[in-house]
Design a protein around this ligand. Structure first.
Ligand code: ACO
Length: 465
């Protein structure tokens, strides 16, 4: 039942914009315009009792006056008119409504919200919001939100309690060349909430990873149930960790932040991977969306710069990961390709003149070593080494040869340098290769793959140090 109603929600055949405005500065105008300029293929009907045409489309005074069926209503009338509009939608047989309007429980108008929910439930209608930006479906190019900005098409579903933050995150993901499947502002969550969306996305073929920005979860039991049954990686930012943050939440949506310790232990128990900010959220989703989960916490490091290797070893250990010694066989293989006088260890320092071949040979040796579960390949723009050699090796190993699939071990890249590297990794990022410009970010991304592995597999004895 939930699946069916949310399917229609994200893939409606027809949309009514109720409160579509003639004035370009109003939200009702922007909302209608967004639906029209997106590549939405269904029917669109503006509803406004005071207008005959808006943006070239015939207007109807109410949904009840519309001689066609409507699957989804986008509501942009002032809050006090919303209960009547919802009642009309119910009578019309509208399946779902997005209430963009503010002025409900976030300012203490709980009764208005209760009335809306009661009417919607009576008519079997699903509600997103109120006080929401709406949603953006990159899979079918439907922009059902009032704020501009469409994500690149991809496989990460983003669910956010803050509309503005979700838009900022779309722009961040776009500039990081990360594709999203759908972006939803949950607003006050009177009906559709995080649990419903997790259930939906766990079955959505366009979605591989679910990302959440949470201020509060109202129905904790249902949320935990939904997460437990979801077999896709879930990454979440939980805001309001501190007293100042919790206070800011209550003035943002009127919600209670709840104890951060409780959220932390629920995340741990259910396997939700906690990200601390928006950059980290996308670092994690990029890795989880393209690499297999790690079957253990033993990390191999290949680097052309000793300092970068040490920083990575520190960052791995600080995140509870292990940088173990390698087998004798692996040392022998590495020794064969390294210049004389270099003693192989982990991190494997392939030194400043490392070219394509040395990166590839040493990486393969580590992937074939049973004491290694995951690999970080690093390059420092040290002048002596040509950045193209590193980028080419990563491209070949991950993008062309799919070594992460062949060995069923995650591989990520890390680089330290300037513009030349940044330009070289653009194509890699576009292809979904997880590659990061900092040792801390790379180690955290590997940590996320290890955490996901803990949920997917029971780690073998070797991994427990
Ligand atoms: N049915 C259809 N249309 C109606 C009805 C009705 N019953 N009643 C009025 N209208 C029309 C109006 O005539 C008007 O059209 P017009 O401009 O052509 O005359 C249009 O609906 C809008 O009504 P207004 O009274 O002009 O309302 P306004 O646009 O000023 O405000 C709004 C409405 C935007 C919903 C406002 O009340 C509001 O809630 N703003 C905040 C929205 C918000 O921020 N939401 C949270 C998003 S999350 C984030 O921050 C990213």
């Amino acid at each position: 039942m939930i699946q069916h109603s949310l399917n229609l929600f994200f893939n409606p055949s027809s949309i009514a914009v109720i409160g579509a405005s003639r004035t370009p500065t109003k939200i009702g105008y922007e909302t209608l315009k967004n639906v029209l300029v997106s590549n939405y293929q269904g029917k669109v009907y503006p509803i406004n009792p005071n207008a005959s045409h808006i943006l070239g489309l015939k207007c109807y005074p109410s949904v009840l006056a519309l001689p066609y069926d409507v699957d989804l209503a986008l509501i942009t009338v002032p809050a006090k008119f919303v209960p009547k509009v919802i009642l009309e939608c119910g009578k019309k047989g509208v399946q779902g409504a997005i209430i963009i309007s503010s002025g409900f429980s976030e300012i203490g108008e709980n009764r208005l919200e209760d009335e809306v929910l009661e009417t919607a439930q009576k008519h079997g209608m699903r509600i997103l919001g109120p006080n929401t930006m709406g949603f953006k479906n990159a899979t079918n190019s439907l922009d059902a939100a009032f704020v501009y900005g469409m994500p690149r098409k991809g496989s990460i579903a983003l669910i956010s309690q803050s509309g503005a933050l979700s838009i900022g995150m779309i722009h961040l993901a776009n500039s990081e060349l990360i594709g999203l499947s759908k972006v939803i502002g949950t607003g006050n969550k009177i009906d559709i909430d995080d649990a419903d969306l997790i259930r939906y996305f766990s079955q959505d073929s366009a979605t591989r990873v679910i990302a959440l920005y949470i201020e509060e979860i109202k129905n904790g039991k249902d949320f935990i149930e939904a997460v437990k049954h979801c077999h896709k990686p879930i990454v979440a930012i939980k805001a309001g960790k501190t007293k100042a943050g919790a206070k800011a939440i209550s003035s943002h949506t009127g919600a209670m932040a709840g104890s951060d310790k409780i959220y932390g232990s629920v995340f741990k128990q259910t396997g939700i991977i906690r990200a601390h900010d928006t950059v980290e959220l996308f670092d994690f989703t990029r890795a989880l969306g393209s690499q297999p989960s790690s079957k253990g916490d033993h990390i191999g490091i290949v680097t052309n710069g000793g300092g970068a290797g040490i920083l990575l070893a520190d960052a791995c250990e600080e995140n509870g990961l292990v940088v173990p010694p390698l087998t004798k066989k692996t040392y022998k293989r590495i020794d064969d390709v390294l210049p004389p006088l270099i003693h192989p260890s982990n991190p494997v320092d392939i030194v400043g003149d490392a070219g394509f071949y040395r990166y590839e040979m040493c990486s393969r040796a580590l992937l074939e070593d049973s004491s290694i579960d995951a690999l970080i390949i690093t390059s420092v723009q040290a002048g002596y080494a040509r950045p193209r050699e590193f980028a080419g090796a990563i491209e070949k190993m991950i993008y062309e040869q799919h070594l992460h699939e062949e060995y069923d071990k995650p591989i990520i890249g890390c680089w330290i340098g300037g513009k030349e590297y940044e330009d070289l990794v653009i194509d890699l990022k576009r292809a979904g290769v997880p590659i990061y410009p900092s040792t801390t970010r790379a180690a955290r991304a590997i940590w996320a793959l290890v955490e996901q592995g803990k949920k997917s597999f029971r780690f073998s004895k070797k991994s427990k140090n």
